[in-house]
Design a protein around this ligand. Structure first.
Ligand code: ADP
Ligand code: NI
Length: 217
């Protein structure tokens, strides 16, 4: 199979796997991350094939929707790529990226797998967590989980362990302070940083307006 055929097969597989996904983690999310990743990859000297496959497969079984199990996603990706006869080194790299790129993983203070390719996919995924799309995704996820939008009495928690972060039932506005507003300073690539800055400013403006309306007399 050519690389192009492998990509086509992977797109079909991911679309099917994500048929009933919550709208912040559905095929459209994957497609946006895929496009972001290709934009960023253009500026870097890296293995584009690995970036493409990792972007496409990074959320096929998010632990959030699988009883907290962090191994299902990487394992599913591995089995799928093996079924297409992708070579073992490439599969291993992609699986490592998927297993190590998430924000919650980074809260663990453990040494994580890293590569240029991981950095590109991670930036692409993080861009989709901020800006107008990021705001929409956060409130969609909060609604899906039946969370409050905002409660001035519940303060954000900036020093959460990975476990506390994952268990949190805090209002969606808190998620901006616990994750979304932190992302711009954690971008890995030059292009990622540039794109993140604009999206960050938009979130700041949104929050200012949100409090203004909330506190209107
Ligand atoms: P990762 O999947 O990288 O570990 P998250 O678990 O924080 O990162 O989830 C990815 C996306 O899901 C976020 O960018 C956000 O849109 C949404 N999300 C996750 N947790 C929350 C939350 N507590 N409130 C609102 N949105 C959330
Ligand atoms: Ni994602």
């Amino acid at each position: 199979m050519t690389q192009e055929q492998i990509i086509t097969k992977t797109i079909q597989f991911v679309k099917k796997e994500l048929q009933d996904a919550e709208s912040g983690h559905d095929w459209f999310h994957i497609n946006r991350v895929y496009k972001n990743a290709l934009t960023i990859a253009k500026e870097e000297n890296i293995d584009t094939f690995v970036v493409q496959l990792a972007a496409l497969l990074h959320d096929i079984a998010d632990s959030k929707f699988n009883n907290g199990d962090e191994n299902i996603g990487p394992q599913k990706a591995k089995l799928f790529l093996e079924s297409l006869d992708v070579d073992a080194m490439t599969i291993n790299h992609i699986v490592q990226i998927i297993a190590n790129m998430s924000f919650s993983k980074s809260l663990d203070n453990k040494e994580l797998f890293n590569s240029k390719e991981l950095q590109v996919v991670q930036d692409a995924d993080r861009l989709d967590a901020i800006g107008a799309i990021g705001i929409a995704r956060a409130f969609n996820y909060g609604g899906y989980k039946n969370r409050l939008m905002y409660d001035p009495k519940i303060k954000p928690n900036l020093n959460q362990s990975k476990e506390a972060y994952k268990k949190s039932k805090a209002p969606t506005i808190n998620h901006f302070y616990e994750k979304l507003l932190l992302l711009k300073d954690r971008m890995n690539t030059k292009t990622g940083k540039k794109l993140a800055n604009e999206r960050h400013q938009f979130m700041e403006a949104f929050l200012t307006q949100f409090y203004k309306e909330w506190n209107a007399e």
